[in-house]
Design a protein around this ligand. Structure first.
Ligand SMILES: Nc1ncnc2c1ncn2[C@@H]1O[C@H](COP(=O)(O)OP(=O)(O)OP(=O)(O)O)[C@@H](O)[C@H]1O
Length: 257
């Protein structure tokens, strides 16, 4: 795994009169799981897009593996980071193993043309995500939980050192939420870096090494769960009252004291 990292420093971005980002900063290193938190419309997706070079900040810096991601080709970028955007329905009958093989495109592979290394990466990713039995199913026949695992498998098959995932557990039941987060956690434990947008504070507390809290285009604070998962920051970011309890290292958030 290379030492690729991702950095955004004091990035501002406006479109027409809308301020999407206001001096927002973020960084991700291999070997850590960073959760980006904030209410709807806070600018989380905009910040991910700047970090990935899919949008250029008006001012500020974005660096991926030390270079400007906006100047990279899609293939160069895909070898450094896999992006799982929001809303990833696959409503056409493509086979699961072919979707996972799309993760290999940065290496010149296409589903019908896989080198041995590509086949191996796809097989490992299918196994890691417990998709062996579903490999030949059409994706339009899968449940939401199964489909979420297919997207994680596609990311793992790319063998990129970083994963950026925008709400990868949206619309999943608690068991499948944990299943997806455990897959991301084990990717990080093997040396990868993951930046994940979540809306569930308990889930964030359980899996994150570090939290970044944002609101109205600004990143307000970043730090460990113990430092930043506090009533103060929950109120500052979400405008809600909450109590936070810590028992045996587990953090629980109760909204509305
Ligand atoms: N192309 C655009 N033109 C104008 N406004 C935009 C554009 N893209 C995003 N916005 C606005 O910027 C703000 C931030 O959007 P963004 O998608 O980054 O938020 P988010 O934190 O990811 O929200 P959510 O949790 O709902 O996904 C929103 O108010 C959105 O309407």
């Amino acid at each position: 795994m290379s030492e690729a990292g991702l950095l955004v420093e004091a990035a501002s971005l406006s479109i027409k009169r809308a301020v999407l980002l206001d001096r927002a900063s973020l960084n991700l290193r291999p070997g850590e799981l960073v959760v980006l938190l904030g209410p709807n419309g806070a600018g989380k997706t905009s910040l991910l897009r700047v970090a990935l070079g899919l949008a250029r900040p008006d001012i500020g810096t974005a660096l991926l593996d030390g270079a400007d991601p906006a100047t990279m080709t899609a293939g160069q970028r895909a070898r450094l980071v896999t992006y799982l955007p929001q809303m990833r329905d696959l409503a056409w009958p493509i086979r699961v193993r072919d979707v996972v093989a799309l993760g290999r495109f940065a290496f010149g592979a296409a589903p019908a043309r896989l080198a041995d290394a590509d086949q191996l990466a796809v097989a490992h990713a299918l196994a890691a995500c417990d998709l062996g039995d579903l490999a030949d199913r059409a994706t339009d026949t899968l449940s939401g939980g199964e489909l979420a695992r297919v997207h994680i498998a596609r990311a793992l098959a790319s063998q990129a050192p970083l994963i950026v995932a925008d709400e990868p557990v949206a619309s999943l039941d608690p068991r499948h939420q944990h299943q997806v987060m455990r897959l991301i956690r084990s990717f990080v434990n093997r040396g990868g870096g993951a930046l994940v947008v979540l809306h569930d504070l308990d889930l964030a507390a359980l899996y994150a090494d570090r939290l970044v809290w944002m609101n109205e285009g600004r990143t307000l604070v970043g730090g460990s769960v113990a430092e930043t998962m506090t009533p103060h920051w929950i109120e500052a970011v979400y405008g809600i009252e909450a109590s936070v309890t810590r028992t045996n290292g587990a953090t629980r958030v109760l909204v509305g004291r």
